[in-house]
Write a protein that binds this ligand. Structure first.
Ligand SMILES: Cc1cc2nc3c(=O)[nH]c(=O)nc-3n(C[C@H](O)[C@H](O)[C@H](O)COP(=O)(O)OP(=O)(O)OC[C@H]3O[C@@H](n4cnc5c(N)ncnc54)[C@H](O)[C@@H]3O)c2cc1C
Length: 297
């Protein structure tokens, strides 16, 4: 069994930031990631609120950080963590293929898109239902799509799709959008975006291969080629039984969870603001506190 000082679970912006600080301090760190490095950054088509860049797309920012991590020779394991076992003197991180013993764990597992949980929703994922316009938007070139939601992610998805698709209908359950004003103003530049307020999708219709229409709670059925769901997120936190609130991991001022030597940062934790800048700050603090503990400073 390999042994490490610190195992970082998740290689989104939080996990990568933590690994930069740990490695530069001479700590033996392993990052475990079950998908592509970058996490949610890979879904963001335009970032305009991260200092230092007036505009940058998420995948480019993810690759920039990953390059920095690689230049430091941070060790990576591309595998899914399935469980963490904790005892007083060690922690065992179990992946699908192996077990790693370590002194400290950082949980930077982020969060994933919430689903509506309607009938046939799972069946149509990849056959008309998507959670990422940047990833799948081009499949709907010159076609009609709907975006479900009304917050920042939904409006960002709609703006991106409006450049590709024939028509984009935002279906929102409230009577006004909750996205930032700057994003909402962007909608006015497009005459192919329509907004249906106080409306919910009730049913997906289609054959075995693709969605053809959706039925709304106003009684209408509209023909669509694609449905982009952007109704919020669910934290990923099922690896160990630390204290949580509404599914989000609770941490103290040092970013330590209710279990000693297990830290958490980024979108997996309970906080007020879920952004790149906050994830980076929390990861910096979590890593720095672990470094202080290891070095006894
Ligand atoms: C469409 C969209 C647009 C956005 N736009 C902006 C913006 O403009 N500005 C801004 O500041 N923020 C934006 N955000 C939010 C920002 O992207 C997130 O706050 C930030 O990326 C969170 O980073 P994270 O590292 O905490 O989590 P994540 O990015 O979610 O990364 C978590 C990583 O952990 C991995 N993982 C999870 N479970 C396991 C496991 N069991 N084993 C191994 N690996 C695991 C995942 O695969 C993932 O790579 C946007 C988000 C989205 C979805």
């Amino acid at each position: 069994m390999q042994k490490r000082e610190v195992v970082v679970i998740g290689s989104g912006v939080a996990g990568m930031t933590a690994s930069i600080y740990l490695k530069r301090a001479g700590i033996d760190v392993l990052v475990i990631e079950c998908d592509a490095p970058g996490g949610q950054l890979n879904k963001s088509s335009s970032i305009e609120n991260y200092p230092g860049f007036k505009f940058i797309d998420g995948p480019t920012l993810a690759m920039n950080i990953y390059e920095q991590v690689n230049d430091l020779n941070v060790d990576y394991l591309f595998d899914k963590v399935v469980e963490i076992k904790n005892s007083n003197d060690k922690r065992i991180v179990k992946t699908a293929k192996e077990e790693i013993e370590c002194d400290y764990v950082i949980l930077s597992t982020g969060r994933t898109s919430r689903m509506l949980n309607l009938e046939n929703e799972k069946k149509y994922i990849g056959k008309g239902i998507s959670f990422c316009a940047l990833c799948d938007g081009n499949f709907y070139k010159d076609k009609n799509v709907i975006v479900i939601g009304g917050g920042n992610s939904a409006v960002e998805e709609a703006l991106y799709l409006a450049n590709i698709c024939k028509k984009v209908i935002i279906v929102h359950r409230r009577d006004k959008l909750t996205a930032e004003e700057a994003l909402i103003e962007g909608i006015n530049k497009y005459d192919n975006i329509e907004i249906l307020y106080k409306t919910n999708v009730l049913k997906y219709n289609g054959d075995d291969n693709k969605i053809e229409s959706v039925t709304l709670d106003n009684g209408n059925t509209i023909d669509v080629d694609g449905v982009f769901i952007a109704i919020g997120y669910v934290p990923i936190n099922n690896l160990i039984d630390v204290k949580k609130e509404n599914g989000y991991i609770l941490v103290d001022d040092n970013y330590e969870t209710s279990i000693s030597n297990i830290y958490a940062c980024g979108d997996a934790i309970k906080k007020n603001t879920y952004q790149i800048a906050t994830a980076i700050g929390e990861a910096t603090n979590a890593a720095s506190n672990i470094i202080r503990k290891i070095k006894g400073t």
